[in-house]
Design a binder for this molecule. Structure first.
Ligand code: FES
Length: 262
């Protein structure tokens, strides 16, 4: 999808609640975003009355019939505290949808999704679209402990999910990358979203497979403007400097030069 600079718009809160352990989901009434957004895209949302800087949040779910879409966020500071205190009917100011999106190859039958922490936000949206397209989809989800995992009851029906936690409270005691080797052979195409340290172990295992299988990742970085004007999100890739907000956030895994962000 072509990136574009959309105009700021107002959206009213349909519902907001804490899902688990400081992670919140907020549904907003914004028909144009619900109609246009693709998995991997994000919005820039103002976190406060008159706030100048916006925060990037991935589109988590859409309901094109109602014109609503959902954002998932973790309560980590003043801005997200403001979001968590929103009330139904209250208006927020946002830009979007922004950035490029995950692309499922028409010929791929088996889709492997990898989500670390809040990386589940765009990955759940992608899982939904993959299942709607008739693909077999497996989700590998990792979190520090069982209480931080996205609730399985809220995942799409027919999505097979395997969890790993760092303290072993659910699934194997490891990062999600520790169970990846069991499923790579099955997958025709891989997608991932999570913190940068989730990708480093991947770089050390099964290098040949990662070179031959399409593998797209969505990067989580700090952003200023969200539409290519400030260069605050620049990273180094094998093709030179790229802006995560405009050239991404979805990149080919093999294009990223890890540990050399600009
Ligand atoms: Fe400003 Fe990407 S956030 S250029």
């Amino acid at each position: 999808m072509m990136n574009h600079i959309s105009s700021p718009q107002s959206a009213s809160v349909v519902s907001i609640r804490e899902l688990h352990d400081g992670t919140w989901v907020c549904w907003l009434d914004a028909p144009s975003i619900a109609a246009q957004a693709q998995p991997g895209q994000f919005v820039m949302i103002s976190c406060g009355e008159g706030a100048i800087l916006r925060r990037p949040l991935a589109v988590h779910q859409v309901n094109t019939e109602s014109g609503h879409f959902a954002l998932l966020f973790k309560l980590v500071g003043k801005g997200t505290r403001w979001l968590a205190e929103l009330e139904t009917g209250q208006a927020v100011n946002l830009l979007g949808p922004l950035g490029n999106s995950f692309k499922i190859a028409p010929g791929a039958k088996n889709i492997l999704l990898i989500a670390g922490g809040l990386g589940i936000a765009p990955i759940r949206f992608l899982a939904q679209r993959g299942l709607e397209a008739g693909k077999s989809v497996i989700l590998l989800q990792g979190a520090p402990n069982a209480g931080c995992l996205y609730p399985s009851a809220l995942l799409p029906v027919n999505l097979k999910c395997h969890n790993a936690t760092e303290d072993g409270s659910e699934g194997p005691r490891c990062m999600v990358t520790g169970i990846l080797h069991k499923y790579i052979g099955w997958a025709d195409q891989l997608f991932a979203c999570g913190p940068e340290n989730m990708y480093h172990p991947i770089a050390l295992q099964n290098k040949r497979l990662f070179r031959v299988k399409p593998f797209s990742i969505s990067l989580e970085v700090r952003m200023g403007c969200g539409f290519g004007a400030c260069y605050g999100c620049s990273i180094k890739t094998r093709h030179g400097m790229r802006k995560v907000c405009q050239d991404g956030p979805v990149f080919d895994y093999n294009d990223i030069t890890w540990g050399k962000s600009g």
